[in-house]
Design a protein around this ligand. Structure first.
Ligand code: LLP
Length: 413
């Protein structure tokens, strides 16, 4: 466990969080590199024997220092924009191990991907396939493509992050995919390399992944009848973690099921995990600015902290639950606090109704904030975004400086 108490003080890999807060101020994102590395190793070993490639989903946390470290472990990357491809390149990642997902790839995105020699565009529509084909012809370089299939699998997750149902905007149904593959295979500017899917995020069960993989294998067979060979099957990301009381996804069982489903097929398995690798490694450190205890029955107790919905939007956007821990434990009586930020919206909360013993100036850690925290942050209310810190080998390094108001205003006139 990267986060543990010693003498009542919350530490990350033996480094006191209070020391980090003193050095960099609050709010601040802190990530344990050993935690990311260990999760990566765990997934790698669970998938052993599948010809696996772990394409880290950059959108979960695209910090260059994390990407660079993941690239050194041999990770590939799942990207969804030219900007994310630029991040991968700057971090020393190999574009030939990157897959490019997303329903709205622009001409610029596609050109950049082709020129960098990415491993595959995960194509999400007939029109996108046309666009990739014509850009590949213009550039004079073959584009490698997978079609993203929407397998109509229920991932049993929050509706905003379910992606594999037919009502979702992603991918195409298998019968449409078949037609697109036949077209792509006949086109000299395209090279068919894989089949992709991604059924949603924060999935705790093995079955939806198995169902999705079986669907892809059915398509492999159908394509085989037309002489179209497939090098890899990409089952996307979505591996769930424990925020509160969710059942943990059993990675070893997942690996067993995927191996059994693949059997002896000569295809490689790609996965696109984001959250699984980074969520638990990270916390958002924040300090209590003001306490506003309920003045009378019917009112609530508010702890106003210096982090807000612009820094971590998951509670406001998905009603997501993040554990909140006092960095230094107090022995004073507890109350039930709503932990809220300074932003002028009632939806600006980080946690509701939490039993905590608090005083003004206390440092809090919002747990499991390594995924979709910093990457979804904004400057709403003209709030500069927090710095990011990586903890490794008993020390810590600022890997993104705190923004300044000048940074925010730079592009305006
Ligand atoms: N691959 C594709 C094509 C995706 O769209 C996503 C996430 C992933 C991989 C990585 O999924 P993961 O392994 O992280 O579950 N902002 C939301 C999650 C949105 C996920 C979007 N797509 C949240 O904070 O829960």
């Amino acid at each position: 466990m990267p986060y543990a108490r010693s003498g009542g003080e919350l530490q990350v890999d033996g480094v006191p969080l209070a020391r980090i807060a003193d050095a960099v101020g609050t709010p601040a994102y802190v990530y344990s590199w050993p935690a990311v590395r260990d999760r990566y190793a765990e997934l790698e070993s669970a998938l052993d024997g599948t010809g696996q490639r772990i394409c880290y989903s950059v959108k979960a946390n695209g910090n260059l220092a994390l990407l660079a470290r993941l690239a050194k472990l041999g990770a590939g990357f799942d990207i969804v924009s030219g900007g994310e491809l630029e991040r991968v390149l700057r971090a020393g990642g190999d574009p030939a191990r990157a897959v490019f997902s997303g329903v709205g790839k622009s001409v610029e995105d596609i050109d950049f991907g082709i020129k960098c020699g990415i491993d595959a565009f995960n194509v999400e529509s007939a029109s996108e396939l046309d666009r990739i084909e014509s850009r590949a012809r213009v550039i004079g370089r073959r584009a490698r493509v997978s079609i993203r299939v929407n397998p109509d699998v229920d991932a049993h997750t929050h509706p905003y992050i379910a992606t594999g149902l037919k009502e979702n905007k992603f991918g195409v149904p298998p019968q449409v995919a078949l037609a697109l593959y036949r077209r792509a295979a006949a086109c000299p500017d395209l090279q068919v390399v894989g089949i992709a899917c991604h059924i949603g995020s924060q999935i705790s069960q093995v079955e939806p992944f198995q169902e999705a993989l079986s669907g892809l294998l059915g398509l492999v067979d159908a394509l085989g009848k037309f002489g179209i060979a497939i090098e890899h099957l990409d089952i996307g990301g979505g591996f769930g973690i424990v925020y509160q009381d969710e059942a943990p996804l059993d990675l070893a069982a997942l690996g067993d099921v995927l191996r059994a489903t693949l059997g002896r097929r000569p295809v490689k398995l790609f996965v696109e995990p984001g959250r699984l690798l980074v969520a638990e490694a990270g916390v958002l450190l924040t300090r209590v600015e003001y306490l506003k205890p309920a003045p009378a029955p019917g009112y609530r107790n508010f702890a106003v902290v210096d982090a807000a919905m612009n820094d971590l939007i998951r509670p406001a956007l998905y009603s997501a639950w993040h554990a909140v821990e006092a960095v230094a434990e107090r022995r004073t009586p507890t109350r039930r606090w709503d932990v809220v930020g300074p932003v002028c919206e009632t939806g600006d909360f980080l946690a509701l109704d939490r039993e905590l013993s608090l005083a003004e100036g206390d440092l809090l850690a919002i747990r499991e904030a390594g995924a979709y925290g910093s990457s979804q942050s904004s400057n709403y209310n003209t709030r500069p975004r927090p710095p990011e810190v990586i903890v490794d080998e008993g020390g810590f390094t600022v890997v993104r400086k705190r923004e300044t108001v000048a940074d925010l205003l730079r592009l305006e006139s």
